[in-house]
Design a protein around this ligand. Sequence first.
Ligand SMILES: *Cc1c(COP(=O)(O)O)cnc(C)c1O
Length: 409
Amino acid sequence: MALINENYLKLQAGYLFPEIGRRVNEFIEANPDKKVIKMGIGDVTQPLVPSVVKAFHEGVDEMAKGESFKGYGPEQGYAFLREAIAKNSYQDKGIDISADEIFVSDGSKCDTGNIQEIFGDDNKIAICDPVYPVYADTTVMSGKTGVCQSNGYYDGIIYMPCTEANGFIPELPTESPDLIFLCYPNNPTGTVASKEELKKWVDFAIENKSIILYDAAYEAFITEDGIPHSIYEIEGAKKVAIEFRSFSKTAGFTGTRCATTVIPEELVAYDTEGKSHSVKTLWNRRQSTKFNGVSYPVQKAAAATYSEEGKKEVAEVIAYYLENAKMMRASLTEIGYTVFGGVNAPYVWVKTKNNASSWDFFDKVLNEANVVGTPGSGFGPAGEGYFRFSAFADRENVLEAMERIKNLS
Ligand SMILES: *Cc1c(COP(=O)(O)O)cnc(C)c1O
């Protein structure tokens, strides 16, 4: 008799995006003449930039000729890309990360989930609330939790509320977690962490021999000086942190797939006898066994984001999204909403008026303005009373959506 992994039975049905879809479809069916503007899902809208497209085509052409054809590539990624990432994203910024500490993959979503399997089942995981749902669900799948409570919290996970009161930076937990997920610039709140705040976390991890899983998927959207782009800007972080980066939001690769996981040489975790082991060695073993690399043309395309032209083109697209975010912030503030994020991130986190629930606000915005956003409560209980607007939209849609929201009763 085939038995299932019963941890999957603990998972709550994927509720948020299907429920949004259901309500939107219901509205469209009842109002076929209305133009609905979608500012909900965190996916990019602008095409790949010319330098990336050119490199992508060149990669395909190489695969088409006998003398340049490539079969399996290195599981860790081609040296040309690992070196370009190490140089451009780290060394040129004064951060000492070498190419052999870089693992290229087909996404940060998979890596933030897969990384769990090299850590033991008895690890205690800490995650923020509200949060990118992948961290919690993959923790459940890997068997590190109990069942889900009625408030949406799983037994065995340490939840760290991120609220207006703490500036959306969690307080250090009283229990000591073994693995800590942090994401800055943050999805869904669009807020950032300063060096001092991250230093507090790095020191905490060093003291507790825990590991920080740092998701920097939105690093490229940081506009303000002094905000850390990498956890490794913090002294001591190489001893306690893994960093995830992705070309998805940075360069429009959500449908192309390429990302990076950085595991420093000196990062260790322990066996039950307290003996230390290299995390990089374990991850390398895992990737070499279960992964066969990212396609060559995609890696060529990713490397092109670091060419002089590529950097310029990618920066223009990011500036376009950030200009959207700026307009959204300005419009919403003008009509009396309290807004967070949207300065160093493509998300604007809006507090509803008169303590309206996230879903009530969702219905109002959909029915009266025909605009779709994401209810904050869908990202966790501490997101209740908030709403996320994504700046990944076409400019004219952003302007029209804001105009319609201004006219809400
Ligand atoms: C979009 C996103 C990613 C990127 O995932 P990919 O699998 O690389 O596309 C990672 N983390 C967060 C928080 C995100 O919102």
